[in-house]
Design a protein around this ligand. Structure first.
Ligand code: NAP
Ligand code: G4F
Length: 345
């Protein structure tokens, strides 16, 4: 039986990857950090699965990682753990570097100190944030990086550590350079889920106005469930390489909001100078303001446009995205309409 270890198992991608690997018959070990209140709500349904074990460890603590790896000796490690919120990283730059950057090296070193460098395959959750102020459109594996946040800088360090350990020690280490991927499991403070949960509340009269930051930012948004399949495919190759996973389509935050309202049959109209602090969205039928701008939600430096070229993944892995933008918005809206109605949001 194949053994996989997942750091960040309690996050969005951790949920979908656990589901996938358990269905494939893997014995899965999840690394969960200590928190004062339970942080396992997403994976609650899997906790009683005989194929799942949980070990308490932290990306900031080398000895806990060394022990976990020595206990399990996994065939595959998926390093998904991170301080993954870009806006937060401007307020916690040092912590972001510790978890995301040095944490990755701690994990790679734990493999080496357990003499597993020739045995364990390693997946690193790299990111399209690395492209930052983009140097080419669309972005692929050869596009130069230009990080624009402490988060992206920490992930750049991890990216190069993964390349370096592959070249220096012959380890099977792969970077998945994943563009934004969303789902009903997405954290509530990422823009897509903030929008779908808030629009559902507006519809059910539990919120009046949605406050937003930069509406002009464009992202390549895909469905997380499909992206974790790509992660697994990367580790089934004979040679370790880095791959972009994306949809090849880009949409603005403004378009996402319009689409979310449309999904529940509300037409909105944008008024005020596009991109200005005065811009607002009105419900066409009621005339009420439903979206306005909050300057404090703007970032000190922004990533304006991301659009990925996933042709390498399509050719070498046979991976391609299936869910279209409007389908993604619809499935997230459907979920959040239900959760709000049930009083769970
Ligand atoms: P997420 O929902 O924020 O999950 C992050 C996970 O990391 C959580 O399980 C969290 O645990 C864990 N974690 C944080 N600090 C830790 C520490 N010190 N030690 C151990 N675990 C720790 O993120 P996601 O959206 O699933 O993304 C997964 C990975 O892919 C992240 O590395 C992210 O940076 C990267 N990525 C994401 C996207 C995307 O669009 N989703 C795109 C590219 C790359 P708690 O539950 O205790 O907080
Ligand atoms: O949803 P976001 O917070 O995601 P962001 O910054 O693109 O990062 C996500 O994707 C990366 C992959 O490219 C991952 F590596 C990373 O871990 C994370 O999962 O913001 C998207 C855009 C930004 O341009 C932001 O300025 O939406 C804009 N935005 C506008 N108003 C907002 C808001 N973002 C958030 N979170 N909240 C707002 O109110």
């Amino acid at each position: 039986m194949k053994k996989a270890m997942i750091t960040g198992i309690t996050g969005q991608d951790g949920y979908y990857l656990t589901e996938l690997l358990l269905a494939k018959g893997y014995e899965v070990t999840g690394i969960v950090r200590r928190t004062s209140t339970p942080n396992t709500s997403r994976i609650e349904n899997f906790l009683s699965h005989p194929g799942l074990k949980i070990i308490e460890a932290d990306l900031c603590d080398s000895s806990s990682l060394h022990k976990a790896i020595s206990l399990v000796k996994p065939h595959e490690i998926y390093n998904l753990a991170a301080m993954s919120h870009v806006a937060t990283s401007f307020f916690q730059p040092e912590y972001s570097a510790d978890v995301n950057g040095v944490g990755t090296v701690r994990l790679l070193e734990a493999l080496r100190s357990n003499n597993l460098e020739g045995f364990t395959k390693f997946y690193q959750a790299s990111t399209s944030e690395l492209y930052g102020k983009v140097q080419a459109i669309p972005q692929n594996e050869k596009t130069p990086f230009y990080p624009r946040s402490p988060y992206a800088i920490s992930k750049l360090y991890a990216y190069w550590a993964v390349v370096n350990y592959r070249e220096a020690y012959g380890m099977f280490t792969s970077n998945g350079i994943l563009f934004n991927h969303e789902s009903p499991m997405r954290g509530l403070n990422f823009v897509t889920r903030k929008i779908t949960s808030s629009v559902a509340k507006v519809k059910q009269n539990k919120m009046s106005v949605l406050k937003m930051g930069n509406l002009d930012a464009k992202r390549d948004w895909g469905y997380a469930k499909e992206y974790v399949e790509g992660m697994w495919m990367m580790l089934q190759q004979n040679i370790a390489e880095d791959f972009v996973l994306a949809t090849g389509e880009t949409h603005s935050v403004r378009e996402f909001i319009t689409e979310a309202f449309r999904a529940i049959d509300i037409d909105i109209e944008w008024r005020g100078k596009t991109g200005s602090l005065e811009e607002k969205a009105f419900c066409t039928k009621s005339g009420k303001v439903v979206v306005e701008i909050s300057p404090e939600l703007m970032r000190p430096a922004e990533v304006d446009l991301l659009i990925g070229d996933y042709s390498k993944a399509r050719t070498k892995l046979g991976w391609a995205p299936k869910t279209k933008f409007s389908e993604l918005v619809n499935l997230m809206m459907e979920n959040d309409m239900r959760l709000v109605a049930e009083g769970k949001l």
